[in-house]
Ligand binder design. Structure first.
Ligand SMILES: Nc1ncnc2c1ncn2[C@@H]1O[C@H](COP(=O)(O)OP(=O)(O)O)[C@@H](O)[C@H]1O
Ligand SMILES: [Mg+2]
Length: 154
């Protein structure tokens, strides 16, 4: 575990994956994202999966819109990944983080992404969840400890 700058990490992901590029998806990072105490490889994997889903599960022909923001308090931060895609029925939300669970066969995928997300987040002693109202967008969140950076001495 080490301090990981989430703003840098998100920028890196957007540059790395063509499906996250500006011509394919509108991804906006709201405000500054904090430094978290995390394992860089695991937290990268986590947000790569969540962003990949956010731009994938949209109606055919619609450009994905994704908003990333963080709420920081009491030594922890909750990072929200909100999309305006097809949504998730309420009764299915608890199933999504299980291995090989897919709700929509017409979208490509193996159904293991969110199982990995849950696993890596738990290894970093964080939590992950989803909120989705049908027709009102869906938002996944990941809660992680904020990194305590020693104050700079001039
Ligand atoms: N942002 C999202 N919007 C709508 N449905 C989603 C979203 N993210 C995940 N899902 C649903 O959860 C399932 C599991 O996600 P995941 O484990 O990443 O599998 P995969 O992406 O391989 O299908 C998906 O198949 C899809 O039905
Ligand atoms: Mg996936």
């Amino acid at each position: 575990m080490e301090p990981v700058d989430l703003s840098t990490l998100m920028r890196g992901l957007i540059e790395t994956y063509p499906n996250l590029h500006a011509d394919n998806a509108e991804i906006c990072v709201e405000g500054e994202l904090p430094l978290v105490l995390a394992n860089e490889a695991l937290v990268t994997q986590c947000f790569a999966n969540l962003l990949g889903n956010a731009v994938k599960f949209v109606p055919v022909g619609r450009k994905p819109h994704v908003r990333i923001r963080a709420e920081t308090r009491n030594g922890g931060t909750k990072v929200w990944i909100e999309d305006t895609g097809i949504g998730i029925p309420k009764q299915a939300q608890s199933l999504l983080f299980k291995m090989f669970q897919k709700l929509e066969s017409k979208y490509e995928g193996t159904g293991i992404g969110l199982a990995i997300v849950r696993k890596v987040v738990e290894r970093m002693e964080g939590t992950v969840g989803v909120e989705s109202e049908e027709g009102q967008g869906r938002r996944f969140w990941v809660e992680l400890p904020v990194a305590q950076v020693p104050e700079q001495t001039a």
